[in-house]
Design a protein. Structure first.
Length: 414
């Protein structure tokens, strides 16, 4: 009876989203303005950027173990608009989790198998530096800490929005190209630098996130074509490890439509459909070498509320940074895989802007596994050994609360 009621509630949520979709919490709360204000030339300012969060993941299935995230990340930086087209930012970035006294000394943005051997005590702190140059009104280049995370607008099978809370800033090189017909984001995130005879691999991720705009974003009917790709490479010629070079790719392409109703309550309704792919080009990340999936998303924004429902079905799909619920590999049961898993993901967001640079958000999510047999591979023959139960408890819930503050204080106008 409980499963029946849960299924009906989720179905009702999906129908509501279809009828009434969205700037999600990760778009309204996690993104950073990546435009240069030309009127601020000569300004020197101090900026505080902080997100406090408490997120409880009640996961009871065989896909992933449950856990809680209580803490905050904090950036303290100085900002100088040296020229009308050049912005310089420098400071520190830190992550704190309540109740811990040590932090692994490695970048918090790699795959879960990447382990740090050394530890930092009391707090995890990194230097923060960004140089942002507008080469033209359309083309921008960013060096250092780039505009990452939610700014890339990656679909969830490629990127888990929770990483906006827990990962370090992406750093490397970024090109932003914006015109009336396209919004292009190209970047390299250098995740692990090595010296000669280092005992770990070099690692970096190259990304592309493009939206081809068939109609203007503010048009009554906005139509766009998203194309996205992530390529991660591990390896190096000067390290002392015997680990093989590894290269994996996640891709997606689709089409999206947004009806900008702009009514008193109903702001917009959106629908997007994507086809995603995975391929291991080199090395042995997993027993799954290539795979793919289909993703459909419906959402709506109702003033400060947004509702979203998405459907995902895949085969042999492995995601670098996506939630394990979108993959075919169990992160809870070692050596276990899912055959053609499908997923219904429903989200309710409430984001309330408090003032300029201040916002409060609450999010509730439900992951419901619809199908997908669970199996392991026989070591001798490679044959699939199927299990009687695929997911255990098919329904998993999360609820989170976030508060972002981003005040800026003008020190001097040169």
């Amino acid at each position: 009876m409980i499963r029946y009621i849960t299924t009906c509630c989720m179905g009702a949520t999906f129908w509501l989203c279809a009828q009434t979709l969205c700037a999600q919490l990760n778009e309204r709360l996690y993104t950073t303005d990546s435009h240069i204000d030309t009127l601020r030339r000569g300004q020197l300012a101090i900026e505080i950027d902080e997100i406090s969060f408490f997120k409880d993941n009640e996961f009871n299935s065989t896909v992933q173990k449950g856990y809680t995230l209580p803490g905050f990340w904090l950036q303290l930086k100085g900002t100088h608009y040296s020229l009308s087209n050049l912005k310089f930012e420098a400071g520190i970035h830190s992550i704190w989790f309540w109740g811990t006294t040590r932090y692994p000394a490695f970048a918090y943005k790699d795959m879960s198998v990447w382990k740090g051997q050394d530890y930092a005590h009391n707090v995890h702190v990194l230097p923060y530096l960004r140089l942002h140059l507008a080469l033209s009104p359309s083309l921008n280049i960013v060096l250092g800490d780039i505009y990452g995370g939610a700014n890339h607008r990656l679909i969830e099978p490629l990127y888990n929005p929770e990483l906006n809370l827990t990962s370090d800033p992406e750093s490397g090189l970024q090109l932003l190209y914006r015109t009336s017909w396209a919004d292009i984001d190209i970047w390299v995130d250098w995740m692990s630098y090595i010296y000669e005879l280092d005992t770990h691999q070099e690692a970096f991720t190259a990304g592309l996130s493009t939206r081809f705009l068939l109609t203007p974003p503010k048009a009554p009917l906005h139509i766009y074509i998203p194309v996205q790709q992530l390529t991660q490479h591990r390896g190096g010629e000067i390290d002392a490890t015997q680990t093989e070079v590894q290269t994996i790719v996640n891709t997606s392409a689709g089409i999206g439509l947004t009806w900008n109703a702009d009514r008193h309550v109903l702001k917009n309704i959106s629908i997007e459909a994507d086809v995603a792919g995975y391929k291991c080009l080199k090395g042995h990340i997993s027993d799954l070498v290539r795979g793919g999936g289909r993703y459909a998303k419906l959402s709506t924004q109702l003033q400060d509320f947004s509702l979203q429902a998405s459907y995902w079905v895949s085969r042999n799909y492995v995601s670098m940074f996506g939630s394990p619920f979108y993959g075919a590999v169990s992160t809870k049961e070692a050596g276990m895989f899912y055959e053609r898993p499908s997923l219904l993901h429903c989200t309710i967001d409430y984001v309330r802007p408090l003032s300029k640079g201040f916002a409060f958000g609450v999010q509730a999510e439900s992951y419901y596994n619809l199908s997908g047999r669970m199996y392991s591979l026989d070591d001798a023959t490679g044959a699939r050994l199927y299990q009687t139960a695929a997911f255990g408890n098919n329904t998993n819930f999360t609820i989170g609360v976030c508060l972002r503050i981003n005040p800026k204080f003008l020190i001097k106008q040169y």
